[in-house]
Design a protein around this ligand. Structure first.
Ligand SMILES: Nc1ncnc2c1ncn2[C@@H]1O[C@H](COP(=O)(O)OP(=O)(O)OP(=O)(O)O)[C@@H](O)[C@H]1O
Ligand SMILES: [Mg+2]
Length: 306
């Protein structure tokens, strides 16, 4: 067996990567999250303590940034993205999208979640047209735009198919086209590829990067999969559980354009090691143990290996 290789620090960046981050951070701030907090009341009503899902969460994303959010199960990722979407209200703090407070859902935000949310009774094309028509586009305009989005995701041939005629990956591609059709400023994705098999998932990741390169969109993407986060993201926001707080905002030192060959590079592995340290090493010390005993045991095993 080879001795374990010493990795460089995940904080080390090549000149090209550093220059890219300088350009990214010089771009306007699209989303600003300030001291966000969210508590859910206890469920039984017998003095059960409230759940603090998010505490004092602050971060910013820049135009055309790809931000991934990771953290242990139950740390408040979905709660956070639901607040960004305007589907949930916060208990404290605020969210500004292009400087304006988010108070409810809006067409400036597109959403793609894990479950397939297409209308089964509408064709693929009609599914994409739906939001456009709701937002005032006429039939012909909506149709022509829908076909352009289907072409971008490579499914123009399936325009007249129904969702049950598509594979899981194809359905999520349509969901992405539908979310993008209203030309949102930001795309909110909560484990969108979580239900897909490994091969389809890898294809979808490459596909999403390709779409992101072609259009002016800022993406917030939640995932449990650390490889997925590093492969996709400019920066990775790491949350901790109980309460959900920001642990670190990591600049991924892996160069662009991304490719799956980079999974074994030193920068990639160093970033992954840092994420594992942040996410798993803490689990055995907090009440994660009570809720997720298996996960805590796994973290201990990981520690032993180190
Ligand atoms: N509607 C609700 N009522 C009460 N508690 C809630 C509600 N929604 C979420 N919670 C609690 O808030 C915390 C954060 O939940 P959330 O679903 O945001 O976590 P998550 O990070 O998305 O988890 P996962 O990785 O498993 O998807 C959990 O303790 C959860 O039980
Ligand atoms: Mg979730």
């Amino acid at each position: 067996m080879n001795a374990k290789k010493t990795l460089p620090s995940y904080l080390e960046q090549t000149d090209a990567v550093k220059a890219r981050f300088d350009r990214l951070k010089a771009r306007e701030v699209i989303l600003e999250v300030n001291n966000l907090g969210k508590s859910f009341p206890g469920t039984s009503g017998k003095g059960e303590k409230e759940t603090v899902a998010l505490k004092d969460v602050s971060f910013q994303t820049h135009r055309r940034e790809f931000l991934c959010i990771v953290g242990p199960s139950g740390c408040g990722k979905s709660t956070l993205i639901r607040i960004l979407a305007g589907l949930e209200t916060s208990t404290s703090g605020k969210v500004l999208l292009e400087g304006k407070p988010v108070t409810g859902p809006g067409k400036d935000r597109g959403m793609v979640f894990q479950g397939y949310t297409l209308f089964p009774w509408l064709t693929v094309k009609r599914n994409v047209m739906f939001g456009l028509e709701v937002n005032g586009a006429g039939h012909d305009e909506a149709e022509s735009q829908a076909l352009q989005w289907l072409s971008l995701i490579g499914l123009e041939k399936f325009a007249n198919a129904y969702p049950n005629q598509l594979s899981g990956g194809m359905k999520q591609r349509v969901a992405i086209a539908r979310a993008l059709a209203n030309q949102p400023r930001i795309l909110l994705m909560d484990e969108p590829f979580g239900a897909l098999d490994a091969q389809t998932r890898a294809r979808m990741q490459a596909h999403l990067l390709e779409i992101w390169r072609k259009i002016d969109i800022t993406i917030i993407f939640i995932t449990h999969d650390l490889d997925e986060a590093i492969y996709l993201a400019d920066r990775v926001l790491v949350l901790k559980a109980h309460p959900g707080e920001v642990q670190e905002l990591i600049e991924v030192p892996v160069a662009h354009p991304r490719s799956t060959d980079q999974f074994i590079t030193d920068e990639f592995l160093a970033t992954k090691a840092r994420l594992e340290e942040l996410i798993y090493a803490k689990s055995s010390h907090d009440d994660e143990e009570e809720l997720y005993p298996m996960m805590s045991r796994l973290a201990e095993v990981d520690d032993n290996v180190e």
